[in-house]
Design a protein around this ligand. Structure first.
Ligand code: G4P
Length: 195
């Protein structure tokens, strides 16, 4: 997605060979126009799948997730990482280990919102080690719902998440695929910049 590639080139900061900082438009400050375009792109790619719910994980998945849901005309559900005072019964839960943070979070979604028969589009901001996406897949399975696709804003193709998640057989669409962050440079995967 050209607009996103341009934004990453202009504003992304390579912090190391593995970490890209995009706080100016995705992880802290949010660019609503870019999020709208991202939502339209996800909707265009998954419109034929009969999506009934978009599911993401707090917090940075919410902005692209809500825009995709708006375009598809569905609700957005965000999995919580911390226990909520008002969410206690009828919870689906999965363990998500973060290699980056070296901690395990129990993510949860209420059975009130994710239901048997739902066709679910999973959205997340980054695909790195794939653990968040695998956790979301687990929640959908527990609900007896169907994973209709996975949409990722930025995939770091040099980490193992892409391979792991594609091995599940679900369709994964990443709007920007980064091949390398070596030498302080962002290198996109060739042929990935289609629209
Ligand atoms: P995984 O979910 O793919 O297994 O990845 P990992 O455990 O490594 O990621 C942990 C957190 O770090 C996630 O956000 C993920 O989005 C983020 N992350 C991973 N790689 C990068 C990167 O190169 N740049 C940036 N900016 N973030 C990265 P989180 O802790 O859930 O944060 P948030 O959603 O609350 O913002």
């Amino acid at each position: 997605m050209k607009l996103l590639h341009k934004k990453i080139e202009q504003e992304g900061k390579v912090l190391s060979d593995t970490v890209l900082k995009v706080d100016s438009f995705l992880n802290h400050q949010v660019d609503p126009q870019l999020m709208k375009a991202i939502g339209e792109e996800f909707a265009a790619r998954f419109r034929q799948e009969g999506i009934t719910k978009v599911l993401t994980i707090e917090s940075s998945g919410i902005a692209p997730g809500v825009m995709a849901a708006m375009e598809l005309g569905t609700p957005l559900i965000f999995a919580r990482k911390k226990k909520s005072l008002t969410l206690s019964e009828g919870l689906l839960t999965a363990e998500v280990y973060s290699f980056t943070k070296q901690e395990t979070n129990t993510i949860s979604v209420s059975t009130q919102y994710l239901k048997e028969g739902d066709r679910v589009l999973l959205i997340d901001d980054f695909l790195a080690n794939g653990q968040a996406a695998l956790g979301l897949i687990e929640l959908v399975k527990q609900a007896g719902a169907h994973v209709a696709g996975i949409g990722i804003v930025i995939e770091k193709s040099f980490q193992e998440g892409g391979k792991l998640v594609r091995e599940t057989g679900y369709r994964v669409e990443s709007l920007a695929e980064i091949e390398s962050l070596n030498d302080g440079q962002v290198t996109f995967k060739k042929g990935a910049e289609v629209s």
